[in-house]
Design a protein around this ligand. Sequence first.
Ligand code: ATP
Ligand code: MG
Length: 280
Amino acid sequence: MSPHAEAERGSGGLAVPQARAAAGVVIDGGTKIAARDVSVFYGDKQALFDVSIDIPDRSVTALIGPSGCGKTTFLRCINRMNDTIEGARVSGVIEIEGKDIYQKSVDPVVLRARVGMVFQKPNPFPKSIYENVAYGPRIHGLARSKSDMDVIVESALKRAGLWEEVKDRLTAAGTGLSGGQQQRLVIARAVAVNPDVILMDEPCSALDPIATAKIEELIDELRENFCIVIVTHSMAQAARVSQRTAFFHMGSLVETGPTEEIFTNPRDNRTQDYITGRFG
Ligand SMILES: Nc1ncnc2c1ncn2[C@@H]1O[C@H](COP(=O)(O)OP(=O)(O)OP(=O)(O)O)[C@@H](O)[C@H]1O
Ligand SMILES: [Mg+2]
């Protein structure tokens, strides 16, 4: 974050409980991520406008909206990936489990292990299947021995639903797997460091329907243990995998609520128009 943004946020940022009270938001015990008045600027251009949302733990929240509305920009705020973009500036507050993730004491590298990210295009490292999964646990010192690491790798690959397909070729290149397998490998890599949150930016858009179904099934299993935020352009996918949906339009969060409600009884005309295919 730039010094300017830090100044704008004030020392330690806005007290979120006050902001919540001001916003009239009722908090349940299950809130994992709380965003308050989050704005993002790329140079002079504002891409996100005062987004406030509570994202619950152990559930899937879908971010939907027309291209360019700020879904990826918001997702990148949650693991401070915008820090890596030249000229990007974030204001507002994002807390994970009550802790402001933009505070100076937070190491973005550690944060990004706690908040894993899966991209549209699977991006395995040019390493073996085993090493792809072992990489994170190794740099974060999670395994004391080779056998510790073997256990971590096997368990992550099992959680990602890939173990049976790769257990006999762990030393083969990760990049040699099919697209759907690569995406599950990347998910295994994220899961291996025991994250709190998994962010997914259109994780199925490069996959065929069968691979997509597998990833959706996996997301449904992972939500028992993780807070998952997924960007999708597919209304059907949002309806299938998410419990809550947030609709963005032109950089603003228009509305958020239980997925069924957003799809059957949206409050805002823009949401209605989008989900019925009138634009986007
Ligand atoms: N690195 C960047 N530099 C400058 N502007 C950017 C950058 N990334 C995004 N933007 C702009 O910010 C706005 C929001 O973009 P973002 O990628 O968040 O949208 P999106 O909802 O994810 O769209 P899509 O559905 O096409 O992926 C757009 O106007 C985009 O051009
Ligand atoms: Mg995007």
